[in-house]
Design a protein around this ligand. Structure first.
Ligand code: TPP
Ligand code: MG
Length: 408
């Protein structure tokens, strides 16, 4: 996974040719349904047309290599995600929650993480998982139902996927309070925590309680809300009558809205917020304004509750398309680069598919493994009962085949 980390190098520390933004950002932007106009707190560094623009507070220099690295990440995670959706359609996964449309929010924020930072994800953060260098097969094992996610969350600095909406924000806040108490905050090498959640999750008590605790304990955490406009079929207007990022003010910490389809802006704002957290400046809320271009999960049919023209309007703001336009306009890459990258992504997807199909079915009793680090008497008893129950089935199968003669 070393290549996946190619874009990790902090932009400020990097060397190489830098490209100056072409013009200053005025704050206005093309309007689509639900999009806020003339909002100075909407951070954007790359327009849907691929124009690199300036923001007074969030200007970041990227080298050509970093631009290419970010683009590569976007393309690969979209390709792997499409493969996972196809695997589900072919009956090889129980369910899949696609990240389609949210690649920039995830890659931008994921690449802004320092090695020592801890991630608390939902069930959709496959792009962040890629940035953490975790084998992309890990969530597929979970959604195939053969393991519980499986990666070493302490080594990878990314916790397990959480399906209980909003619950991980409490875990993240508690963890962040812990690292502060452990004295791991307060310098360039300080640790920070990032908690991912969706627009729908902002209606959960857990998220609001997290905000209170994070605020009053000045906790080193970044709340990263991907506002993909829907909580399954519920549009964001039914969760929030005011922009989500403004809620932070009421809790006493900063909040901002970033163009979540802009990988550069997502990187810049997350980097800044994480750095503030690791230096002891407390929590912040980032609302990454984006769009879920696919279904909520493979169990969902979005044509039942949203119209095609809305999806088409957001396709114009596709996070990968704008980066491609930028790379082409700036002549940072040639056509061979795009072809090579496409082949690389295809190869990774073919490899992923083969490995998913080869995943062994677990022994039923293995679900008792790894529950507690040192086991528990109650769990050991349950394991024995479970084993005896299963042994009963095996015995009756043997008996049945003996009765039938066993020669069919
Ligand atoms: C506590 C809880 N309530 C309800 C659900 C069912 N549920 C699964 S996903 C979802 C919507 C979440 O929407 P959002 O937070 O916007 O995240 P997104 O799926 O859009 O990324 C709901 C209600 C759940 N998993 N957990
Ligand atoms: Mg949502």
């Amino acid at each position: 996974m070393a290549k996946a980390n190619a874009a990790r190098a902090g932009s400020r520390a990097s060397s190489g040719a830098k490209r100056a933004p072409t013009r200053a950002k005025s704050g206005g932007r093309s309007a689509a349904k639900g999009e806020v106009r003339h909002d100075p707190e909407f951070v954007q560094l790359l327009t849907p047309e691929g124009e690199r623009i300036e923001h007074p507070e969030y200007s970041v220099d990227f080298t050509d290599e970093e631009y290419r690295g970010l683009y590569r990440d976007l393309v690969i995670v979209r390709r792997l995600d499409a493969e996972a959706t196809a695997l589900q359609r072919q009956g090889e996964l129980g369910i899949w929650a696609s990240l389609l449309g949210q690649e920039a929010a995830q890659i931008g924020s994921g690449r802004a993480l320092a090695t020592q930072d801890m991630v608390f994800p939902t069930y959709r953060e496959h792009g962040v998982l890629w940035c953490r260098g975790i084998d992309p097969i890990m969530p597929l094992g979970l959604f195939r139902g053969v393991d519980f996610g499986g990666w070493d969350s302490r080594a990878a600095k990314m916790q397990m996927y959480t399906v209980v909406i909003g619950a991980q924000t409490l875990h993240a806040t508690g963890y962040a309070m812990g690292i502060a108490k452990d004295g791991k905050v307060g310098g360039d090498d300080g640790e920070a925590v990032i908690a991912y959640f969706g627009d729908g999750a902002t209606s959960e008590g857990d998220v609001n309680e997290s905000f209170v605790w994070a605020s009053v304990f000045n906790t080193p955490i970044v709340f990263f809300c991907q506002n993909n406009q829907y909580a399954i079929s519920e549009p964001v207007e039914r969760q929030a009558r005011a922009p989500i990022y403004r809620r932070a003010n009421g809790y006493g910490f900063p909040g901002l809205r970033v163009d979540g389809n802009d990988v550069l802006a997502s990187y810049a704002v997350t980097r800044r917020a994480l750095d503030a957290a690791r230096h002891g400046e407390g929590p912040s809320l980032i609302e990454a304004y984006t769009y879920r271009m696919g279904a909520h999960t493979t169990s969902d049919d979005p044509t039942r509750y949203r119209i095609a023209s809305e999806v088409e309007a957001w396709q114009q703001k596709d996070p990968i398309l704008r980066m491609r336009r930028f790379l082409e306009q700036q002549k940072i890459v040639d056509s061979a680069y795009f072809e090579g990258l496409e082949s690389e992504a295809d190869e990774l997807a073919v490899d992923l598919r083969a490995r998913v199909l080869a995943l062994p079915d677990p022994a039923p009793a293995s679900m008792f493994d790894n529950v507690y680090p040192h086991g528990s008497a109650a769990l050991a008893e349950q394991r024995e009962q479970f084993a005896a129950y299963h042994a009963g089935f095996e015995a009756s199968t043997v008996e049945a085949s003996t009765v039938e003669g066993g020669d069919h």
